[in-house]
Write a protein that binds this ligand. Sequence first.
Ligand code: FES
Length: 209
Amino acid sequence: MTSTPAFPALSGDLHEHDDERRRMLLLTAVTASAGMAATAVPFVASFAPSERARAMGASVEVDIGDIPPGGIKTVEWRGKPVWIMRRTTAMLATLHALDGELVDPASRKDQQPAYARNPQRSIRPEVFVAVGICTHLGCSPTELPAGTINPSVGSDWKGGFFCPCHGSTFDLAGRVFKNKPAPSNLEVPPYKYLADSKLLIGEDDAGTA
Ligand code: FES
């Protein structure tokens, strides 16, 4: 039986009737994150670009200085939720031991810019940026902290993300585990640092946007 995603992936083109669906997707992502992680940072309600410019796909500036260790912030880019997680040393230490359990541990598929094709899938190891959309059918996964008891992740869960629609799981670098419906790692969008604690999502020095 074919399941229907709760929130199908959004296209790049914006249409008027997409607005409500986009709001629902983002609301669900933020609500779920807040419920799963005590360190979650509230959704950023305002951005530098105007509403219209943002809707057209403008890059988004994000202050990451208020994200605590282990915390995650969700912002909107091109109608999609984008996560920024500040990973701790302990979180990063979990990554290298998982390779045998992952579909694409070395990020060979084109799911990230070249500068994020590394074990942490990020520019700076501690700051992880990813589009919060499952690569199976477009639901929004939720953060699943280490030690969470869940039938889909077993008893030795190191932390990561869980898609409730069909049970796909991803590690703290957004790499998908084997034997799950999602075929590839979470997308890392183009981004760059404007300052030590400020990111620009949607644009990088390689000209990708
Ligand atoms: S949409 Fe099917 S597992 Fe995520």
